[in-house]
Design a protein around this ligand. Structure first.
Ligand code: BV8
Ligand code: ZN
Length: 234
């Protein structure tokens, strides 16, 4: 196996599926029971904040019971032992941090943080949010989940683009490749000459853009792939 020097990992809901957190698409996916327009857009929140708070309070309650799985732990090991890995996650759960990953960008925000729409202050938040919740910084009743909704700008895009332009290995794990700009990262990495591999339960929408594909459940294929990468570390 090649020896890689700069690795970027992109993860999606499939990485946390075996920790018991639902994915969005596919059998039983979240979007089967909720419409994206109603619960994951600023317009939906403006229209019915009670419904949206209910959707994220429900996910926060599921999240309390979730623990990192072998795939999260393998990625933390890769970062620790390889030394030059950036993990970009589309997930809003805190399972990468709980597994020990440090060099991490939660590009779609974090379920366990709340943002004040009035003053912009973000605070750690693990309880229910409601339209009555007051901001601890400015006192306004304008709290929302600190997540990136459709139509909103993902976090730290400059840092992500810079890392993609400098990587020689891009690993995409557990994502359907349907949401942009994350779904386009593989092309940015390949334009920089990187090898691109997809680890997923089944081929994603962007599968043809990858030079290598490994199929299976993340808790099996991710530890095995990390082992292969590390046993040829430079
Ligand atoms: C933006 C947070 C612009 C909230 C989420 C073209 C270019 C640019 C934008 C667009 C475009 N076309 C359309 C857009 C707009 C939109 C978009 O992409 N829409 C899609 C639907 C077409 N994009 C946006 O709005 C983004 N913002 O573009 O801003 C801009 C520019 C300037 C100024 C302002 C704005 C923002 C998108 C972020 C939305 N927020 N989440 C929340 O979580 O509630 S998106 C949400 O779905 C997730 O965060 C995740 O990112 C996304 C995709 O989900 P996946 O992670 O891929 O999960 P999914 O269920 O789909 O797939 C799971 C996969 O795992 C499957 O493949 C399955 O096979 C696999 N799997 C399952 N089990 C396992 C497994 N694999 C391994 N092991 C297993 N056990
Ligand atoms: Zn405030």
């Amino acid at each position: 196996m090649e020896r890689y020097h700069n690795i970027v990992v992109l993860t999606g809901a499939g990485l946390s599926a075996e920790s018991g957190l639902g994915t969005f698409r596919g059998p039983g996916g979240l979007w089967e029971n909720f419409r994206i327009e109603d619960v994951a857009t600023p317009e939906g929140f403006a229209r019915d904040p009670v419904l949206v708070h209910g959707f994220y309070n429900l996910r926060r309650s599921w999240h309390k019971k979730a623990r990192p799985n072998a795939a999260h732990l393998a990625l933390a090991r890769l970062e620790r032992e390889h030394g030059n890995v950036l993990t970009v996650t589309q997930n809003i759960d805190a399972l990468h941090e709980a597994a020990g990953t440090k060099n991490l960008i939660p590009m779609h925000g974090e379920l366990e943080r709340a943002l004040c729409a009035a003053c912009g202050v973000s605070a750690p938040w693990t309880e229910d949010l409601s339209i009555e919740t007051l901001c601890q910084a400015c006192g306004a009743a304008a709290m929302r989940p600190d997540v990136v909704w459709f139509g909103e700008m993902p976090r730290e895009m400059e840092r992500i683009d810079e890392a993609l332009g400098a990587c020689d290995l891009f690993i995409s794990i557990g994502t359907s490749g349907t949401v942009y700009p994350a779904a386009g990262f593989v092309m940015e990495a390949r334009a920089a000459g990187a090898h691109a591999v997809e680890l997923n339960l089944e081929p994603s929408d962007g599968a043809d853009l990858f030079l290598e594909r490994i199929e299976g459940p993340a808790t099996e294929i991710v530890p095995a792939y990390v082992e292969r990468l590390l046993c040829t570390r430079p």
